[in-house]
Design a protein around this ligand. Structure first.
Ligand code: ASP
Ligand code: MG
Length: 415
């Protein structure tokens, strides 16, 4: 028997029928003897609907009142689930964030959890009850309702699991796990049995939006085993853990291929190659609140250099405007930009202990005639910037080159 924290997302509780099926699922876990703390999202679409109401009145809604408003979505689902559980003869009790006492700071709309009082939850579990908690919300020290940012129920789940030292935090959602890459791009993408927190963070920040990133950081920090599973289809899902070693199987070098179509590239060409120019170029970009991702600098023969970096697509014209004036000031030749690019990354903790990973990546891309425009690496990731037309081809080639393709099924083999 174990203590499980299970979080069910918006689509899993999107209607009365779906709430009834969550109750059936909870009942079956209860029948197996597990202690359960359930965290719920609002019904799918509800948080957006509430924000829509607010913006009809105030273009930028008052932050405190917005939290009072949007936290109601989760209050609806927790009450309904408890009713559905009681109907099944299971004792259950719902709590809002403030009732548990999930204490947060006072940063409305993006509050951070500071402490969790687990006394009430423990007493209920002891008494054989299922505890049902509203995700996404907390309370500050003055009793104001706060919320944790969009997708914040994942973080509530992980935080409760950490506070209760639960055996596992299970996130039930509409996909059955974390995949080696987006199955819409690579049909033979595979569900991963296991992935490390570090890899998941690299995959998530690169666009595999299965979990709120903050919840993964939180789980990593407190070493909470986190599992992503489908609410609709039985299966083991994907376990996200700290362990890289306890696998009995050979560690794959690359665990997944992530990609991002959302970046654009800007170049300041013919920059005098003297100390301080890079900061002269990048400081005003930072001051304009534009985030930079990949940076490359090249020296040419005539003592000038080209500095190229990527920004979010929708920041590109702002970046170009800033750079045009910087270029004049420092005597650079020209500013160029290109938003027809994409970033492809291979991610894997196995890279730490293997040589030749980059060359294998570049060889695979070259074999398909794909030109690499920029390269950046970290200990567990290699990213390249390429022409966006070749994105899907690149992802497929790399998926094959690093042995990630699913085994062909019987029927595929027979054709
Ligand atoms: N209901 C909130 C949202 O839609 C929190 C969540 O579902 O995680 O962002
Ligand atoms: Mg979510």
């Amino acid at each position: 028997m174990s203590l499980l924290v299970q979080k069910y997302g918006g689509t899993s509780v999107g209607s009365v029928e779906r709430i009834e099926s969550v109750a059936d699922k909870v009942a079956s876990f209860r029948a197996q003897g597990h202690d359960l703390v359930i965290v719920l999202s609002a019904m799918s679409g509800e948080t957006n609907r509430l924000i829509g109401l607010a913006t009809q009145i105030q273009a930028t809604p008052d932050p405190r009142e917005l939290d009072v408003l949007v936290s109601t979505g989760e209050q609806v689902t927790i009450a309904l689930l408890c009713m559905a559980l009681k109907k099944r003869g299971i004792d259950a009790r719902s709590y809002t964030g403030g009732q548990v006492r999930i204490l947060t700071d006072s940063a409305f709309n993006k509050a951070r959890i500071q402490a969790i009082d687990e006394v009430n939850m423990r007493a209920d579990l002891q008494a054989g009850r299922v505890v049902v908690v509203a995700g996404f919300q907390g309370v500050d020290e003055n009793g104001n309702i706060t919320t944790l940012g969009r997708g914040g129920s994942d973080t509530t789940g992980v935080a409760l699991a950490a506070a209760l030292k639960a055996d596992e935090c299970q996130i039930y959602t509409d996909v059955d796990g974390v995949y080696t890459t987006d199955p819409r791009v690579v049909a033979c993408a595979r569900r991963l049995e296991k992935i490390t927190f570090e890899e998941m963070l690299e995959m998530a920040s690169l666009g595999s939006k299965v979990l709120q990133i903050r919840s993964v950081e939180f789980a990593g920090k407190y070493n909470v085993p986190l599992r992503v599973l489908s609410s609709f289809k039985d299966g083991p899902g994907t376990l996200i853990t700290l362990d890289e070693e306890d696998s009995t199987m050979e560690q794959p070098i690359v665990s997944g291929i992530a990609f991002n179509r959302d970046e654009a590239k800007v170049t300041v060409a013919g920059v005098p190659d003297v100390p301080g120019v890079a900061s002269k170029i990048l400081a005003p970009i930072g001051a304009a609140n534009i985030e930079i991702d990949v940076i490359v600098q090249n020296v040419s023969a005539d003592n000038t250099t080209d500095l190229t970096f990527t920004v979010q697509k929708n920041d590109m014209s702002k970046a170009v405007a800033v750079l045009e004036s910087v270029a004049k000031e420092i005597g650079a030749r020209e500013v160029r930009s290109d938003d027809k690019i994409a970033k492809v990354s291979i991610v894997g903790v196995g890279m730490r202990s293997h040589a030749g990973v980059a060359s294998r990546m570049f060889t695979a891309l070259a074999a398909d005639g794909i030109n690499i425009q920029m390269i950046t690496t970290s200990e567990i990731k290699i990213s390249v910037i390429i022409d966006e037309r070749y994105l899907e081809l690149a992802v497929r080639s790399l998926h094959t080159a690093f042995g990630l393709d699913a085994e062909p099924t019987e029927s595929r083999v027979r054709g």
